[in-house]
Design a protein around this ligand. Sequence first.
Ligand code: APR
Length: 260
Amino acid sequence: MTQAQLEQAIDEAARLIASSRHVVALVGAGLSVESGVPTFRGPGGMWTKYGEPDMRGYERFMDDPRKWWEERVSRASTYKELVEALDEAVPNDGHFALRDLEEAGHLKHIITQNIDNLHQIAGSIAITEIHGNRTKLRCLECSQRWDLDGFPLDELPPHCPDCGGVVKGDTVMFGEPIPRDALDECINQTRMCDCMLLVGTSAVVYPAAAFPEDVKRMGGVLIEVNPNETPLTAMCAAVLRAAAGESLPLVVQRVREMMA
Ligand code: APR
């Protein structure tokens, strides 16, 4: 995409955001690339390098939660590179741009597929983490969540102090159903959405990839921010073929100019 084409796309994206009633951002791993966190697919992606995990992760946890927790506590992980990158990561200008759009009242909600907690650190408020959050724990019975820091792990697996249910990491495992409360909020936000900002997602993992299709079907518009094409590109009213950390701050600036 030429510089002139990118500027035109930024203008169009800003115009759509400024004139929409309920903008929702659907975010994927690409937003955290400029924070040093690798993606999953494409060149250099974790699954590209090490193979995509099988869908039995959750089943294995349920078969023997104590064994899973012992491995977790010993920090034995197949994806050491990813864990270390997540430990080091801080928000980039793309995260702050989404925070700014929310503070200005344009962005109503973020549906993130990322587990890295970087939206919260950047100061965003209205967030649904469809794949969970790596800094949190969750009860499998009552879905209560706690910060990992400070939660007693002297008994493995840990149990919910209220209902006695088994507690696991909040991150949604392969084969695990999306927690009902998170899924309901995603559906609720999608229903209200008239403009969805697709930031750094390959849009191939469901149910997240269905939300933009629903927005489009209900007459809403889509904006894509991604250096690479995705299956949703053709459905988008504006396409920013650029890195999120570089292009999103320019969109915020244009929106501000338009609103001034
Ligand atoms: N800015 C914006 N987008 C980027 C950038 C960047 N700097 N760098 C790469 N991308 C794009 C890639 O082109 C790709 O389309 O980010 C996307 C990342 O795609 P995936 O690795 O498939 O990540 P994601 O869409 O989040 O995957 C969804 O799959 O494996 C599961 O649980 C995992 O949440 C994840 C889900």
